[in-house]
Design a binder for this molecule. Structure first.
Ligand code: KIV
Length: 264
């Protein structure tokens, strides 16, 4: 069993092989997802909503993410482990370096940051100092109050162009992976085709290199509400491990996300 690294994901992209990602917050689920073949696990700041019960991700702290990264690390042998940098933990490059170091020492293989042009210097500095970065564009939940709610981004031509330009700039700054969230499928396709680095989509259609979902949505236990772009795989299988295998299978075959889970 060889470990998944950023080079493995790049190779998957070059060979046209889709890969899968799920959020994980504890050792037991992480181990199950890892064993079933999920390629990338994210200790997401979505924990603010699905674990802690907040309305958004803003209350999550670096110590919260570090604690759950240590838990997940103990359950993972194969998957690449990414940890989210929470709200205001990377407002300056100096803050970013100190907090990213904490997450890497907790067991992360890479850190994820939300934002575009303003983050370029931070991405370069982190990468130069040995911390791989996954960028995150589109509906970046830490900016929910700027957006005025959890809304699809990049619907008009100007904003779509801005997101595409930011994706290229983040790659040039050193980002090794990009998550695009809740953007129209044609924009996600254009971004994936324009970049060399792998692009992971959530609510971004089927044409990205990989897909990510929040584990609580896949298992249908997100306070009864499942976002339109997500899917409850447990409903169709009745067994958690089978649900994970169904998710992996549908992503690899290009069945998920289908038209019902996509913004055009
Ligand atoms: O925090 C999270 O779970 C995320 C994913 C939704 C991409 O950022």
């Amino acid at each position: 069993m060889s470990k998944i690294t950023s080079s493995t994901l790049l190779k998957f992209k070059q060979e046209g092989k889709k890969f899968t990602s799920l959020t994980a917050y504890d050792a037991s689920f992480a181990s199950a997802f890892d064993t079933e073949g999920v390629d990338v696990l994210l200790v997401g700041d979505s924990m603010g909503m699905v674990l802690q019960g907040h309305d958004d991700t803003l209350p999550v702290s670096v110590e919260d993410i570090a604690y759950h990264t240590r838990c997940v690390r103990r359950g993972v042998q194969r998957a690449l482990l990414i940890s989210d940098m929470p709200f205001m933990s990377y407002a300056t490059p100096e803050q970013a370096m100190i907090n990213a170091a904490t997450l890497m020492q907790a067991g992360a293989n890479m850190v994820k940051v939300e934002g575009g042009h303003w983050l370029l210097e931070t991405v370069t500095k982190l990468t130069e100092r040995g911390i791989p970065v996954c960028a995150h564009l589109g509906l970046t939940p830490q900016s929910v109050h700027v957006f005025g709610g959890f809304k699809i981004q990049g619907r008009d031509a100007e904003n779509a162009q801005r997101i595409l330009d930011e994706a290229k700039a983040l790659e040039a700054a050193g980002a090794q992976l990009l998550v695009v969230e809740c953007i129209p499928a044609p924009l996600a396709k254009a971004i994936s085709e324009s970049l060399t680095i792998p692009v992971i989509g959530i609510g971004a259609g089927a044409d990205t290199d990989g897909q990510i979902l929040v584990m609580h949505d896949v298992l249908g236990i997100s306070s009864g509400y499942i976002p339109r772009f997500s899917k409850n795989f447990l409903k169709q299988t009745g067994d958690i491990r089978e649900a994970i295998r169904a998710y992996i299978d549908e992503v690899k075959k290009g069945v998920f996300p289908g038209i019902d889970h996509t913004f055009s």
